[in-house]
Design a protein. Structure first.
Length: 182
């Protein structure tokens, strides 16, 4: 399981000045709202990056990226996690050709020779290859999972830099909002 931890950040003079105007529970509430807003935005951005890099549809990626736990005024931390098993190769825009199946795993179209797309009696569709000369047994092929692709995006720093920029913006917005509410 790969994850990205988002913590409240207040490293600028403007943020510190606003923090002096708000005290106690209201300050912690403002920071908690900023962290949760940032976590939701990072989840959306991570889903976009994972779908693009992995060659998947957003609808297949979204359920596998969650925020847990959300920030509380006492913790001021939220974690965006990617989880799940590798996905069936058929989900990677697989198409049957004469010599096999062409799929878009990891964003690169590749031909898997000797494979075929089949629908099982249960309704499950997949890309399969025969393991012997006989008709059965067959083996299903799998692509990358959300965990692997999201971990790669975190390592490359794409998701982390975006998260820090969004967090600074959201902290400023919430502090200004809470400072002028009264």
């Amino acid at each position: 399981m790969s994850g990205l931890e988002i913590r409240a950040d207040w490293n600028t003079a403007e943020v510190r000045a606003l923090m002096r105007k708000i005290q106690g529970a209201r300050l912690h509430q403002a920071l908690s709202v900023a962290v949760n807003t940032t976590a939701k935005q990072v989840r959306t951005q991570a889903a976009r990056i994972v779908a693009k890099q992995g060659g998947l549809k957003r609808a297949d990626v979204d359920p596998s990226i969650r925020i847990y736990p959300y920030s509380q005024p006492t913790t001021l931390t939220a974690i965006v996690r990617g989880s799940g098993r590798p996905m069936a190769l058929v989900k990677f825009a697989a198409r049957q050709t004469k010599s096999g199946v062409a799929a878009n795993a990891w964003g690169v179209r590749k031909l898997y020779k000797g494979t075929f797309i089949a629908t099982m009696r249960s309704g499950h569709e997949g890309v399969f290859i025969r393991t012997s000369k006989k008709r059965f047994p067959i083996k299903e092929l799998w692509g990358s999972g959300v965990t692997q692709v999201m971990g790669q995006g975190i390592e490359q720093g794409q998701i982390v830099t975006d998260a820090q920029d969004r967090l600074t913006t959201n902290v400023m917005r919430q502090l200004k909002r809470y400072a002028f509410q009264g």
